[in-house]
Structure formats: C-alpha cells, structure tokens
Design a protein around this ligand. Sequence first.
Ligand code: GTR
Length: 332
Amino acid sequence: MKKQIIVISTILALIALVITGCTKREVVTDVKPIILRLAETHGADFPTTQGDYEFSKLVQVRSNGRIKIEVYPGAQLGEERAVIEQVQFGAIDFTRVSISPLAAFSENFNALQMPYLYRNADHMWKVLNSKVGDDFLASLEPAGFVGLSWFDSGARSFYNSVRPVESVEDLNGLKIRVQESALMVGLVEALGAVATPMPFGEVYSAIQTGVIDGAENNWPSYFATSHYEVATYYTIDEHTRVPEITIASKMAMDKLSKADQKLIMQAAKDSMAFQIKAWANYEKEAEATVAANGNEIYRLQDNSAFQSAMQPLYDALSPELQEVVKDIRAVK
Ligand code: GTR
C-alpha cells in the first residue's frame, strides 16, 4: 500500500513537473530580456571596467535576468567624446567616462575638476557623496543624460619622453596631449606647455612617433596603455583629481519602467565600492611596475608654483561656477 502511494505520488510529481516545465518555457520565450550597451574606453582588466562588470552583474541578478547590460571595453564603441554624443541621442545606452570630456556637454562639470581643488582623495569623496555630488548627477538631465554614479580615478600627473619635469619651467614648450576638454587645454597652456587635444587611443603612437612629447594621467592609465614605455619621465604633481562617472542615455532610460530605472540607478551606486577597491589595488600595482621598469619618477616637494599658475583658470570661471567651487571647498 505504502509502495503504491509512493509510486502514484512520484507519477503525479512528474506530471506536474512536465506541466510547469512547459509553462515556464512558454513564459521564457514570451519575455525577451532587455539588452542595453555600455561603452568603456579601458580594457577588460582595468578597474573602471571591473566596476562596469559589477554594475552589469547587479542589474542582471536583481532583475532576474530581465535586464542585461553588455559591457564593451577597449573603446570598441568609439573614443570618449564620440561615445558621449551617441549616448546623448540614444544610440548607446550607457557609458563610463572621465568627467573632462563630459564638461563639453554640461559645462558645470568644469567646477568639479579644477586643478588642486580637493585637499585630498577623502575630500573629493565627501563632495561626490554629498548633496553637491547628487546635484551634479541631476544636472545632466537637460543635456540628455542620467547621471548614475562615480568611480575613482586617482590623481593626474605629467609624463613625457624628453626630460625630467621638476618645476613649471621644465614644462615650458613641451607638447602635451590633453583630453578633449577646454579646461585641460587651458591648464596645460597656463603652465607654458603646448596643449594637444587628442583621443586617448591615439596617444601611444603619437608619443612614439614624436608628434607629442607627453601627456598626463593617473598611474593605472599610464601603466595600462604602455605610455610608460615611451614616455619614461613621470612627475607626481597631481594637478587634478578627475572623478569617473557612469551616465545613461535619458532616451534609453525613458523607455524603461520607473521601477527598472530605480533598479539600474541603485545598482550603479552599489557598484561604486567594488570599483574603489579594485582601483586602490591596481593603482599600487601600476606604480610598482613602472618603478621596477626603471622609469624616472619625480615627486614635487612643493607644488605652490604649479598652484599659482592655475589661478587664471579659477578667475575665468563664471560667477555661478565660482560659487560651486566655494561649495566644494566648504565640504569638510
Ligand atoms: C583616463 C580615464 C579615461 C580617459 C583617459 C584620457 O584616466 O579613465 O576615461 O578619459 O583618462 O586621458 O583620455
């Protein structure tokens, strides 16, 4: 009797499995996942890209696979400025970029990347995680973007293939590549060097062939791009801290439900801690590898001459942006 009951219940369970299995299959074929694309300029191992993957994973898990964000590293979808334009008109859904080229689309972002603006990294994070940071994210809407989250990008310093730079005078006349950013052109010119705006992906061969003498960037970028092999003089002057930002296309976001928009925004915020940790590890590794390579590294003992050369950039800011700078400086 007991045996019969077991056999019957097993048969019933199997029938139930087949039925639910079928329904499940029907449901799955009915609901197609939403596929979205994220453009990233760095390679797959780079800490910003690692942060992008984390963001994508959180979205996939939290939406039970309904929303899939495909990450395209290595500038596969184009160089930063062109990508930002495509995000603006909805051809690309997301991108992680430096705020430097973004300032061409939303000028207030210049206030957030002024030279020697932050007392240290901690100050920058306090600003980004405060109302000031949230206001910056929200300010992107009129330009057609939804600001999602911030990633770490350390501090930027100069490097070149010609000579050691230990003073402002040493920079005089050097041809330095900058991002496609008016502020960065002004910054390099204020130091007496010749600014050459150029997409990131062209810098290595431009240095190698002597089209430019050098560039400026953080340790991870200097290392990962192999610029350190062709421009061996690196000066730690840390002229800017330029946060990375992840933005969405407003056109793409508007097509999603409010709940999905919220899910994406939260996942982006929650990916920050992962990226910040990955950044810290990679930064140490990059600096150590460059030093072990025998590059000549100079640390400015006193950057006051660099700082005062930047004053005209502050004076040139609009009165509104000067107020924003005050707000940033007031964050304790
Ligand atoms: C890096 C940044 C990139 C890109 C690059 C550049 O620090 O992560 O997004 O802006 O600088 O100099 O073009």
